[in-house]
Ligand binder design. Structure first.
Ligand code: FES
Length: 86
């Protein structure tokens, strides 16, 4: 899991079982930086109040967060990972 910043936006990129996923890197509860959290299976755990988000879908799996993370498309070209931001 790695946190990136692009034009003031936090993006979280994670490798789950060899597949790369990208989502907003800011918790939908109170704006914690999820890259400071930790991975638990296929979830990221928020470092502030411990909400868990599914890293495959962005879904908020445990409270207090209820809103999902925005997801981004990912393209792999050789060793490079590109994230499609709008
Ligand atoms: S800021 Fe992430 S659960 Fe509260």
């Amino acid at each position: 899991m790695k946190g990136l910043e692009f034009e003031g936006r936090r993006i979280l990129v994670a490798n789950i079982d060899g597949k790369i996923y990208a989502h907003d890197g800011t918790c939908t509860h109170e704006e914690a930086d999820l890259s400071n959290g930790f991975i638990l299976g296929d979830r990221v755990v928020c470092p502030l109040h411990l909400s868990q988000f599914d890293l495959r879908t962005g879904e908020a799996v445990t409270s207090p967060a209820v809103e999902p993370l925005k997801s981004y498309g990912v393209k792999i070209q050789g060793p490079d990972v590109y994230v499609e931001v709008d």
